[in-house]
Ligand binder design. Structure first.
Ligand code: 5AD
Ligand code: FES
Length: 348
């Protein structure tokens, strides 16, 4: 990570001040973020349909429900044909991007399989392809990019090295950041992000998380509340903002203010904390401009629970697509057409 200069220190203080906005003044902060979103990103909400194609994972992340040690999880792997069948329906759902997400299963066979799936999607559809499958070497990232992958999502989770180490026995913060550097150098549109309220997080750390996103000039930034999963080492811990859950929205609003041109999704975890779709609807009005409908076939959804109370588990492929279209129009917004590439690098 770069040495913090005076300018950066000033920005962190500025972010911290906004994060400490008094509850009575928060609506004004949300309105400011919404206005910046409108000016910089417009009223279009781009849809990135996500397929959670495998929950096989070799990591032991202390917070994640599909960590390797969780023996209660029924492990699955979707076949290429099954993924392609969903991908081919996506244009009809106004989704210009497919996000392929899985646990971290780093083997030459799996890496090759992912590359082959990307090639087929690029050949058989017009979709932009985003991968979200964890840490790899630069060579593997380059191979997937050569296969046609356009974007990559890899959250750094927290900017605090000590906290990062408590959360991730399998890698260091520097290693994670080196992966993000490699992705950028390879030519991907890069998505980063973090969880909000990891136990031990202070508002100073939250401010640094936001500034790290700015420093990396991410094309997309996904953030969502940490939710304790009972079958993990963090299962008995509580979110740092448990008694002030509006802080989750404050974090998104400040993120937008500091990253006006980034794509910011209304992440699924918001709906777990504020059910009935209220969470994601509110985030879309407080800085976010992207929605990621769940396209995973119903039979697998219950086995991809990174955290409890995940929404849409009973819905099937296609149902979230219909639901979100209605919600976006109720919010007075419209679905973005095309891939919705990064404004920073490709125009659009
Ligand atoms: N609570 C909230 N978010 C979680 N993630 C994983 N586990 C949890 C949890 N318990 C998030 C991480 C990861 C993304 C795919 O899901 O930020 O990067
Ligand atoms: Fe999944 Fe509404 S987004 S049911």
């Amino acid at each position: 990570m770069q040495q913090m200069n005076d300018g950066m220190k000033y920005k962190i203080d500025e972010a911290l001040k906004l994060l400490c906005t008094a509850p009575a003044d928060r609506q004004a902060l949300f309105d400011r973020a919404d206005k910046i979103r409108k000016e910089h990103m417009g009223d279009e909400v781009y849809l990135r349909g996500i397929i959670e194609f495998s929950n096989v994972c070799s990591n032991k992340c202390a917070y994640c429900g599909i960590r390797a040690q969780n023996t209660k999880v029924n492990r699955y792997h979707m076949e290429a044909d099954e993924i392609l069948a969903v991908a081919k329906q996506m244009a009809g759902w106004q989704q210009g991007t497919i996000v392929l997400q899985s646990g971290e299963a780093n083997s030459p066979e799996e890496n090759k399989r992912i590359g082959e799936i990307v090639k087929r999607i690029k050949k058989e559809t017009n979709l932009a392809v985003t991968l979200s499958v964890g840490n790899r070497s630069k060579d593997v990232y380059k191979y997937w990019h050569d296969c046609g992958a356009d974007r990559y999502l890899l959250r750094f989770e927290t900017s605090d090295p000590k906290l990062f180490a408590e959360m991730h026995p399998d890698c260091t913060l520097d290693e994670r950041l080196a992966c993000l550097d490699a992705l950028r150098e390879t030519g991907y549109q890069v998505g980063g992000g973090f969880m909000i309220g990891v136990p031990g997080e202070t508002k100073e750390i939250l401010a640094k998380n936001i500034l790290l996103c700015r420093e990396y000039d991410f094309d997309m930034i996904g953030i969502g509340p940490f939710i304790p999963h009972p079958d993990t080492p963090f299962g008995n811990k509580t979110n740092a903002y448990k008694d002030d859950t509006d802080m989750f929205f404050v974090a998104v609003a400040v993120l937008r203010i500091f990253n006006p041109d980034a794509h910011i999704p209304a992440t699924t975890a918001f709906d777990a904390v504020f059910p009935g779709h209220e969470g994601r609807n509110l985030v879309l009005q407080r800085g976010a401009n992207i929605f990621m409908p769940n396209n995973t076939p119903q039979k697998y959804r219950g086995d991809y629970l990174l955290y409890p109370d995940k929404p849409c588990v009973d819905e099937d492929t296609g149902q979230c697509a219909i639901c979100i279209a209605g919600r976006i129009s109720l919010l007075g917004r419209k679905i973005g057409e095309g891939a919705g590439h990064s404004k920073k690098r490709l125009g659009d």
